[in-house]
Design a protein around this ligand. Structure first.
Ligand code: ACM
Length: 505
């Protein structure tokens, strides 16, 4: 039997037999594992309909036993490894994070059997391949409230993703309270793409997202997109904005989609790109950026601060490079690791800057050179190829949500790529991991998010977590089939493409 595990653990040794879940099964955990105990109780209740009691003391046959390893919970070097042993009882061992991941594994192993539930006898030893396993949500083009972001965290963390990148600002809206610049949210957050309702996160909202992410072992990566994708700043601070630049692609796209062209000082409701830029050589811009980025850095406990750098199409290359050099140095000076989209690799980025590659799996020479620059500057790369990892692209031409400018991405395409095989001539440690971005031009609800997220996020989760030598489409196809039952129990919708023989046990 193929065990229904995604992402596939590093070592799975099956033993004959199975543990039948007894109604009397308890969760045995001392107080160092009480957070994990309540996650496990919730997971078992969600799948089986009955919530086990949490106790301390010695275990009885049939119990779930959580053992938190001592000394492994340094936040910066979090040990994500764990073990699961299922025989006469179920034993999960790890750091706080490892226990959380072990529980997600047990969640997938629970299988309904007649009226009851069973778990196969197995020994699992697991640890991730990559340290950075991200998902992104674009809350700028369409605003998603805190509850929706929490729902996204629940979905992603169940697949062992550990980074939540929030695309907080774009032409269509500014979504984060900045005390020193209150006009940003007063004037710049009221609308969204296609005239959808706007919104923004207060600082307390943002802290609550960070707290919830942390409880799910995810680090929040805030993005303030610069120097382009900044039309919304002009609703608040027109003095630091260049006039919109109309390029041919923008004009053609606006005509094709029947969307308006950007007008300085008015909300932009279309989704064309490349028309906006802050003034790069103006001291007021830099005062603004120091104010904004220091508040974002102060609000963010995680190590990263993403400053965009993509699609500054109306900006002269020399100006763009000067901007990127200065803004990444500013972020580094605030004590954060700068992150940018890969175009910023044309510039002398601050040492240690992480590049997020979003070109094709078959990169142009220029994109590859830009990506390589981050490693030359002592940073690394997070791989988000737009033709395999972009969750906003449609599965097929008829899909009712999503775009298709990068590629149609069915489940096999989302699965069939190798992050280290895209940019030549990199050292083994240059790739920090992968991220699956979800842009929000065409999505307006959690149900829409689910349509694009499930099941492709599971393919990307496996690429980020599992060993390269275990990557196998046929095996993945059979393992993912049973996740339908896990997602159903959690009331997570989504797409169920016919290339998988979905099973609801
Ligand atoms: C991007 O898709 N503009 C990063």
């Amino acid at each position: 039997m193929v065990l229904p595990l995604v992402p596939l653990p590093s070592s799975v040794v099956e033993r004959p037999g199975a543990l039948v879940l007894a109604p009397s099964a308890r969760i045995v955990a001392d107080d160092t594992a009480d957070a994990a105990a309540s996650v496990l109780a919730d997971v078992i209740a969600q799948r089986t309909g009955s919530r086990p009691e949490i106790v301390t003391g010695s275990a009885r046959p049939g119990d779930f036993v959580l053992h938190r390893r001592a000394g492994t919970d340094d936040e910066a070097t979090d040990d994500e490894s764990y073990t699961v042993r299922i025989g006469d009882d179920v034993r999960i061992e790890g750091s706080a994070t490892g226990l959380f991941y072990g529980i997600q594994t047990v969640r997938q192993l629970l299988t309904s059997e007649g009226d009851g539930w069973m778990l196969p006898h197995v020994e699992i030893d697991d640890a991730p391949r990559f340290e950075y396993r991200g998902v992104m949500l674009d809350v700028a083009r369409t605003f998603f409230d805190v509850e929706t972001v929490k729902a996204y965290i629940e979905r992603a963390s169940s697949l062992k993703f550990n980074r939540l990148h929030l695309h907080l600002t774009d032409d269509q809206g500014w979504r984060l309270q900045i005390d020193s610049r209150p006009l940003l949210t007063e004037n710049g957050s009221a609308t969204a793409v296609l005239g959808r309702p706007g919104g923004f996160y207060t600082k307390d909202d943002f802290r609550e997202i960070v707290r919830y992410a942390s409880a799910h072992h995810m680090i929040v990566v805030p993005e303030i997109d610069l120097p382009g994708h900044t039309h919304a700043i002009g609703l608040a601070h027109p003095e630091i904005m260049e006039a919109p630049v109309m390029n041919d692609a923008l004009l053609a796209q606006a005509a094709e989609l029947g969307q308006p062209l950007p007008i300085a000082g008015e909300p932009y409701l279309g989704w064309g790109v490349g028309h906006s830029s802050v003034k790069i050589h103006d001291e007021h811009t830099w005062e603004f950026l120091r104010d904004v980025l220091s508040e974002v850095a102060d609000l963010t406990p995680g190590p990263y601060l993403h400053v965009g750098g993509d699609e500054a199409l109306g900006t002269a290359p020399a100006d763009f490079n000067a901007f990127i050099e200065q803004v990444t140095a500013l972020v580094a000076g605030l004590g954060k690791t700068p992150m940018t989209w890969h175009e910023a690799g044309s510039a002398l980025v601050a040492e240690g800057t992480i590049g997020q590659y979003w070109g094709s799996v078959a990169p142009s020479a220029a994109h590859a050179a830009e990506a390589r620059r981050f490693t030359e500057r002592g940073g690394g790369l997070v791989m988000s190829p737009s033709d395999t990892a972009y969750l906003d692209q449609k599965y097929d031409a008829d899909f009712t949500v999503g775009l298709d400018w990068a590629s149609l991405i069915n489940l096999k395409t989302a699965y069939d790529w190798e992050p280290t095989a895209i940019i030549d001539d990199l050292s083994d440690d240059a790739i920090l991991g992968v991220e699956a971005p979800l842009w929000s031009e065409t999505i307006a609800s959690l149900a829409d998010i689910d349509q694009l997220f499930f099941p492709r996020a599971a393919a990307l989760a496996e690429t980020g977590w599992s060993r390269a030598d275990s990557h196998d489409w046929a095996s993945f196809q059979s393992r993912i089939a049973s996740l339908d039952a896990v997602w159903d129990a959690a009331q997570w919708g989504g797409h169920r493409p016919t290339e998988i023989a979905w099973s609801n046990r």
